[in-house]
Structures are given as structure tokens and as C-alpha cells.
Design a protein around this ligand. Structure first.
Ligand code: AMP
Ligand code: MG
Length: 487
């Protein structure tokens, strides 16, 4: 265990120099205080969880103090936003404080979001408000606990600094951890500004730090692109299998590591709806739930475009072609497991599709359906879940197919089935209304609900005593909440 002043820095991105990022000091928040910290994220830095409660912790992560070895930098990037190219974005309110390595030798970027103005702030104020910082914190840690690759969050620090959005709010900072903060948009920036030398330097940086095994391949850049395609296919398969809607899949929000990155108006689906749009400014549904799959490919092709100076178009196209089949294989594998199946049959995809259609037509709760399906043997479980469906004949036909399929799958005890299914079907999910309740309490100075919700979501598959209220369908007011996109 380390004390806060014992972190070891090695700022490799900063060393790429001024073409890639700009030195900026964080602008401190007034009267910083700890809102919530993640013990699991603290452990990634070998930090003793007790240090989160010390005043110096809140000072460090609100811009009042800085380690001597930290090199705070605002990164430059660009990206396609809602399909159109934005030539200059960059960190408008987030700073890479430095890169720290732990005792296991893992490197983690410390990124402070809401740290004040940078050369890339454009019309913005460089700040983040408490509600969006809490949402990013809860989502990062909850996704990780579900086994979905994501950036992590160490803590949220609240303050008295006034920040103006639709109304006056309070500024906060969230400390994000990731092995890299390089986005697709970094590659786009150097490609569209016609800086092939720097583009190459960036690619070499990513290769040597994050894809060293690709350097052994005959075409290292192509091998790296293939890895990125594979990781994105797997990440998006997990989003779809668990009902996660990102909401702003612009290429500047896509990580080069295939991790969920940059949280805005995201949502987990409550009642299943393939056409669900969580971002209220997404009028055309570009980033709707089901569109995440083709948009994943669109974003990868935007990245592929930036690699055309180094790789043949044919090779890039061929590699891009791996995305859909890989996505489908991962998705089907996960959905089979969610249904409690251990073997594969040709018609499984249809079994899943029919179920989703029935759930869609009846507005069935996506998370709880799968959880309860594993509570009992298949025949008993479907009999109990039947009441949630409007099209009873349709559900009965599906249930008959499903129970027959389960019978063919294998002969296992009720306990085995339950254990296997509960290990992949969460009881607790970050529902928008739960986040909203926690935020409302935090905005009035009570952080206990954020902390409890974070705790519950850190073990989503484990039934926790006294936490029944987190495992319910949302109340009517809590469905289809409009989450503000200003953050
Ligand atoms: P986002 O929608 O959070 O992914 O941000 C898109 C771009 O706008 C990024 O370059 C951000 O750094 C920048 N940005 C977002 N909010 C602010 C803000 N309040 N002040 C300055 N820049 C911002
Ligand atoms: Mg962003």
C-alpha cells in the first residue's frame, strides 16, 4: 500500500511533446470535498483506501495540489461528431495529470476532468458539474464490475465553485484512469492536418505501449488496427448484451484500447427497446441502441481512413470486414450464456431475436427478465415470467421452444443452472432513476446515496442483503428520464 505522495510517475504521452499536448495547470475548485471514491480503483494505484478521506486527497484531485513529477497536459485531437468532421477538439476541460505505474508494472493515466480552461475549450468554461461527474464515476465502475471494458474512475470531488448550465450548478472533478487516453480522434487530427510524421510518432507510441505484440508482425500497423477492430467488436457486443446505450459515439469518444470512454447522456435500458435513444439531442437516432453496432463499424472505418498512408486500402477493408462477424459471435455467445445455454445450435440467434421482439412489444424489464429466468428451472421460470408479456400466445410459443432447447442443452441441477446464470445476469444495474436519486441527494450535500449505489453496483451479480430497492423496475417517473446533455 502506498501513501499519496508515493505514486511513481512516467509521463510517456507528455514526452511526445508540444505537437501532441499543451502544458496547462489545473484551475482549483473552491472548498473541495470528497463525494465518492472507488476502493477498487484506488487498488489499481496501490493506494490505501483510507487516504481518500484525508484533506490532501481532495486537494490533489481538485487542482489545489500537484505532485512534483506530474506534468499536466491538455491533449489535442479532432473527430467526427454526429457524422460531420470537427477539425479541432482536444481536451477542453480535462487534463492528463501524468502517467503512474503500480507495483505490478501497470501504467495508468491520471486524467482530471473539469480542471478548467485549456487552449481547446472553445466556447466552454472548462468545468464539469457535479451530476455529470457522478454519472461518469458510477458508470465507469459499474461497467467494469459487469465485465464490460471501460475507463475507470478514482473519485469525484465536489465544490462550491458556481458553474452555469441551464441553471446555476456546482463544479466538480472526476479523476479518470485508463491505460491510454488516445482516441480515434487523435489519429484523425494528424491525418487531416497532414502531419504524417507526427501521425507515425503517435502510432509508434500506441504500438509500443499498448500493442507490443503487434510489433512482431510483418505489418505492425495493420496488426494494431486488427486488434482495435477485435476489441471494439467485443466491447459493443457487451454493450448490446447488457443493454448499455452510450449516447455519443463520436470518434473523439472512441478509445484506441476498445474501452467504453467519455460518458454523457448514456443509459442502461430499463424496458427493452431496440430503438431506444438516450441522447435527447440525437434527433435522428444516429446513436440509438441498435445503431451502436453499425456505428461501431463506421467509427472504425473513420480510423482506417487515417491509416491509409501506411496500409493498403484493400488490407484495411478486409480487416474492417472482420468487425461484424466478430461482433455477432461475441453477442450470440453472451446471449446464450444469459439464457443459461452451454452449447450452440444453429437456431439460437432466432431464439434470441424472438425473445427480444416479445420483450419489445410488452415493455419487459431487460435486466430483471434474465435474472429471474435463472432463479428456477426453465419451465418454472417461464411460467412465472409469463405475466409480464402482453402477447401470451407468442410468449408461450417462445417458452416452449426455450424449455425444449434447455432440455437438449444438458442435464444440470437447479443449483447449477442458477449459479451459472446469476454469474452472467446482474441483479443490479445503473438505472437512470437510481443515478438521479443519488445525484439529487448529492446536490443537497448528502453523498451517502452515491456511495451506497456505487457499492451495490460494484457486485452486480451478488444478491446483497437489504438492497432490494436497487433490484426493482423503475417507478413510472423514473422511466424515460430526460438526462441533460450539458455536462
Ligand atoms: P464531450 O461532448 O464531453 O465529449 O466533449 C466534446 C468536446 O468539447 C471535447 O473537446 C471537450 O473537451 C469539449 N468540452 C465539453 N464540455 C466542455 C466545457 N464545459 N468546457 C470546455 N470544453 C468542453
Ligand atoms: Mg468527449
Amino acid at each position: 500500500m502506498k501513501a499519496l505522495d508515493e505514486l511513481t510517475f512516467d509521463n510517456r504521452f507528455a514526452r511526445l511533446g508540444d505537437a501532441f499536448s499543451t502544458h496547462v495547470l489545473p484551475d482549483p475548485l473552491d472548498e473541495p470535498r470528497l463525494v465518492v471514491a472507488s476502493n477498487a480503483a484506488m487498488a489499481l494505484l496501490d493506494l490505501d483506501p483510507a487516504v481518500a478521506e484525508t484533506p490532501v486527497f481532495a486537494e490533489l484531485f481538485s487542482g489545489h495540489k500537484l505532485w512534483a513529477e506530474a506534468e499536466p497536459r491538455a491533449m489535442v485531437y479532432s473527430g467526427h461528431q454526429f457524422g460531420g468532421y470537427s477539425p479541432q477538439l482536444g481536451d477542453g476541460r480535462g487534463l492528463l495529470l501524468g502517467e503512474v505505474y503500480n507495483e505490478a508494472g501497470e501504467h495508468w493515466d491520471l486524467h482530471l476532468k473539469g480542471a478548467g480552461l485549456t487552449p481547446y475549450s472553445r466556447m466552454g468554461d472548462g468545468r464539469a458539474v457535479l451530476r455529470s461527474s457522478i454519472r461518469e464515476f458510477l458508470a465507469s465502475e459499474a461497467l467494469h464490475a459487469l465485465g464490460i471494458p471501460s475507463s475507470r474512475a478514482l473519485c469525484v470531488i465536489g465544490s462550491n465553485t458556481p458553474v452555469w448550465r441551464e441553471k446555476q450548478e456546482r463544479g466538480a472533478m472526476v479523476l479518470r484512469l485508463a491505460h491510454s487516453h488516445v482516441r480515434f480522434g487523435h489519429f484523425e487530427y494528424f491525418y487531416y492536418t497532414k502531419k504524417p510524421e507526427q501521425q507515425k510518432e503517435l502510432a509508434e507510441h500506441v504500438l509500443s505501449l499498448h500493442y507490443p505484440e503487434c510489433m512482431e508482425q510483418p505489418e505492425p500497423y495493420l496488426a494494431m488496427f486488427r486488434e482495435i477492430v477485435e476489441r471494439n467488436a467485443e466491447m459493443i457486443a457487451k454493450w448490446q448484451a447488457y443493454g448499455f446505450c452510450h449516447g455519443v459515439m463520436n470518434t473523439d469518444n472512441m478509445s484506441i484500447l476498445g474501452i467504453t470512454f467519455d460518458f454523457g447522456p448514456f443509459a442502461f435500458i430499463d424496458d427493452f427497446d431496440a430503438h431506444f435513444i438516450c441522447n435527447h439531442s440525437d434527433h435522428e437516432g444516429r446513436y440509438s441502441f441498435s445503431n451502436q453496432v453499425p456505428i461501431g463499424q463506421w467509427n472504425l472505418s473513420a480510423l482506417a481512413q487515417t491509416l491509409t498512408p501506411f496500409i493498403s486500402v484493400d488490407a484495411l477493408k478486409e480487416t474492417l470486414g472482420l468487425y461484424l462477424p466478430l461482433y455477432q459471435a461475441h453477442y450470440l455467445d453472451l446471449m446464450r450464456r444469459r439464457l443459461g445455454l452451454t452449447t450452440a445450435e444453429d437456431d439460437d440467434q432466432k431464439l434470441v431475436e424472438r425473445l427480444l421482439k416479445l420483450m419489445q412489444n410488452s415493455g419487459v424489464d431487460y435486466t430483471l427478465f434474465f435474472r429471474h429466468l435463472g432463479d428456477e428451472p426453465a419451465a418454472l421460470a417461464v411460467a412465472r415470467l409469463r405475466d409480464d408479456f402482453v402477447d401470451l400466445a407468442g410468449f408461450d410459443a417462445w417458452a416452449e421452444q426455450y424449455t425444449a432447447r434447455v432440455a437438449r442443452d444438458g442435464d444440470y441441477s437447479e443449483a447449477q443452472r442458477r449459479e451459472r446464470m446469476h454469474a452472467v445476469n446482474p441483479l443490479y444495474i445503473l438505472r437512470n432513476y437510481l443515478a438521479q436519486n443519488a445525484i439529487a441527494a448529492a446536490e443537497s450535500g448528502d453523498y451517502s446515496e452515491v456511495r451506497r449505489l456505487h457499492e451495490v453496483l460494484s457486485k452486480p451479480f451478488e444478491e446483497q442483503a437489504g438492497m432490494e430497492q436497487y433490484a426493482q423496475r423503475p417507478p413510472d417517473w423514473g422511466k424515460h428520464l430526460e438526462i441533460s446533455c450539458s455536462s
